[in-house]
Design a protein around this ligand. Sequence first.
Ligand SMILES: Cc1cc2nc3c(=O)[nH]c(=O)nc-3n(C[C@H](O)[C@H](O)[C@H](O)COP(=O)(O)O)c2cc1C
Length: 255
Amino acid sequence: MKERTDILDKLLSVRLTRRQACRVSGLLGLSLSTFGPFWRKAFAKEERKSFKGKLRMNLPSPMPDGNMSVAEAIKQRRTIRSFMNRALSLQQFSKILWAAQGITERGGFKRAAPSGGALYPADVYAVVGNKGVADLTPGVYRYDCSDHSTEKIVDGDRRTEVADASVKQMWMATAPVLFVVTVQYSRITTKYGDRGIRYALIEVGHIGQNIFLQCQASGLAAGIVGAFHDNKVARVINAPRNHEPLVIMPVGWKA
Ligand SMILES: Cc1cc2nc3c(=O)[nH]c(=O)nc-3n(C[C@H](O)[C@H](O)[C@H](O)COP(=O)(O)O)c2cc1C
């Protein structure tokens, strides 16, 4: 560090004539315009590799569906707070994300849950525990409905941190997966003003019920949690600024 500061001091103390200064700045400009595009490309490639290549994963198709009727799923649904130590299959995981926010029209953009003005202010994250989902390493995954894929954005089993941030409801950490639904209000308030907040809350209610019923139809059970510190949960799942977690749904096999 000291060596670097010495070199910097020396460079700053060099006095150039006006002509020398022009030459140096000309050379710097030339090298930036020549190599700049290469550097930009190299960095962009690196970014694609780390986010799309290594960490991004296409999910299996959510079809075919099971054969439980909607009425039966509604009748059986209960908030469950105790889970077996057993992983979800990747297919079950895929179906839950699809039921929450999957695109449900061919070639279109409309999703499983209704949205005021079809503006879709919500995002879904999955906090996957150790051996929580077959073929997935523990971490926080963000769902991308545009191509039904997930992207791992945080490494490691974070369930205890989420449970701790949920006013220490530690039973949550026994569920193999915690689905977190967040909202970026600006996506909808830009059009509807303050009323957009009401629309976003209603939408998250629909998403939550879709998760509940899909779990029921897949032989799984779910809980729902609203008591948590927003900032702490947002930090654990690495949500962008102004994305507020609204609901957490622990999911697994009923104990
Ligand atoms: C918005 C909302 C927030 C909730 N928050 C919690 C919570 O923090 N912890 C919890 O154990 N249950 C929570 N619940 C679950 C309720 O206690 C449960 O839905 C209620 O007892 C009715 O039972 P049922 O869902 O089995 O029909 C919440 C439910 C809703 C709809």
